[in-house]
Design a binder for this molecule. Structure first.
Ligand code: ADP
Ligand code: ADP
Length: 213
């Protein structure tokens, strides 16, 4: 199964994609995680990406598309994959459609996790992130077993640089302007599935499994 996760920043795409990867046994590919790993390792890509991410802007398509196309060509993606945070612009979606067409294939579903803007600020301000494994928590809704510490590896959890309220506002504007048009794009392609993202994470997961069945 080849699935795209759509939704505003903080809608819960990553949380759900991680659960889906486990259930369907396919890789979870998060462009945000790939950029953050590059920032942590201080690569050239990381340095370039950071200058955009810290401002709440999108990393340019030319730094993003090839990276995803390479990743989905790898062996572990043969049975499918989950794209989390890609595509985020119409040109990215078109590049993906074209690359898959060239291989005689296509995405199966685009799952839009719907959460209104007023819920997003709370989601982002409580988000905590493990810099080692990328796991995501929420201090109230999805807390780790031990406060401030990752369940998987015991690393100290951190607040993402781009989760400051003023950057969140910018990211929401960018989402509405550049990413929301993808809902229409995938609706027209006939593969859009919508779920109510304001429910508990368990209920959202159940709804996703249902729309994909
Ligand atoms: P969120 O989970 O809050 O939606 P992500 O982890 O997906 O955030 O992305 C964090 C940042 O990384 C984005 O704000 C953007 O700057 C950059 N980024 C991630 N994916 C893409 C993409 N497909 N195109 C451009 N920029 C991206
Ligand atoms: P995205 O990948 O769309 O940016 P995340 O999966 O990182 O979103 O979720 C954003 C924040 O909201 C995180 O702190 C996460 O733990 C929390 N969260 C995710 N799903 C839910 C939910 N259904 N209810 C409440 N909080 C949630």
């Amino acid at each position: 199964m080849k699935i795209i996760m759509l939704g505003a920043p903080g809608a819960g795409k990553g949380t759900q994609a991680a659960r889906m990867a486990e259930k369907y046994n396919i890789p979870h590919i998060s462009t945000g995680d790939i950029f953050r790993a590059n920032i942590r390792d201080n690569t050239e890509l990381g340095q370039k990406a950071k200058s955009y991410m810290d401002k709440g802007l999108l990393v340019p398509d030319e730094l993003t598309c090839d990276l995803v196309m390479d990743r989905i060509s790898q062996d572990d993606c043969r049975e499918g994959f989950i794209l989390d945070g890609f595509p985020r612009t119409i040109p990215q979606a078109e590049a993906l459609t074209k690359a898959l067409e060239a291989k005689g294939t296509a995405m199966d579903a685009a799952v839009d996790v719907e959460v209104p803007d007023e819920n997003i600020v709370n989601r982002m301000s409580g988000r905590r992130f493990c810099p080692v494994c990328g796991a995501t928590y929420h201090i109230v809704a999805l807390p780790p077993k031990k406060e401030g510490v990752c369940d998987n590896d015991g690393a100290a959890l951190v607040i993402r640089d781009d989760d400051k309220p003023e950057t969140v506002k910018k990211r929401l504007d960018v989402y509405h302007e550049q990413t929301q048009p993808l809902i229409d794009y995938y609706q027209k392609a006939g593969i859009l599935k919508t779920v109510d993202g304001t429910q508990s994470a368990d209920d959202v997961f159940e709804a996703i499994v249902k729309v994909l069945a």
